[in-house]
Design a protein around this ligand. Structure first.
Ligand code: MG
Length: 159
């Protein structure tokens, strides 16, 4: 078994939605990002890479690479899972926390869980998604952006 964690932050900018876990969530702002700026998938990708000892998302998917301009961040997770499979590693479970004042996660939480379960090819219940505010404190509390944290457990074939 191997454990990994990941964190990602994006500033809000012009737009009418944010992507969270591959789900389009209507919002008063978009995010400033090279890719689609999905903080959940970026944190998850970093957690997967970290658990496997494979560095971080920036090393594998540079944010200056024109290939990733506006990219669907599900690609980063899928490509990372390919690397894990080559090392005979698979996802046991994942726990994700979204930190933001808005958008509220309750209406989309289940949809994000189902999307992540499908993406990670795990059984129902193996992905948990939580949300918290920062009690109006700091840049998240002022509504300047959105953050996510992810923790994953990887299982080896031998586990
Ligand atoms: Mg990011």
């Amino acid at each position: 078994m191997r454990i990994g964690s990941g964190v990602d932050v994006h500033a809000f900018g012009p737009g009418d939605h944010v992507m969270l876990g591959g789900v389009r969530v209507p919002h008063s702002h978009g995010v400033v990002a090279h890719s689609d700026g999905d903080v959940v998938l970026h944190a998850l990708t970093d957690a997967l890479l970290g658990a496997a000892g494979l560095g971080d998302i920036g090393q594998h998917f540079r944010d200056t690479d024109p290939r990733w301009k506006g990219a669907d961040s599900q690609h980063f997770v899928r490509a990372t899972l390919d690397m894990l499979r080559a090392r005979r590693l698979r996802v046991g479970n994942a726990d994700v926390t979204v930190l933001a004042e808005t958008p509220k996660l309750a209406p989309v939480r289940e949809a994000i869980c189902r999307r992540l379960e499908a993406l990670l090819e795990v059984a129902p219940g193996a992905v948990n998604v939580k949300a918290t505010t920062t009690e109006k404190l700091g840049f998240l509390g002022r509504g300047e952006g959105i953050a996510a944290q992810a923790v994953v457990l990887l299982l080896a074939d031998a586990d």
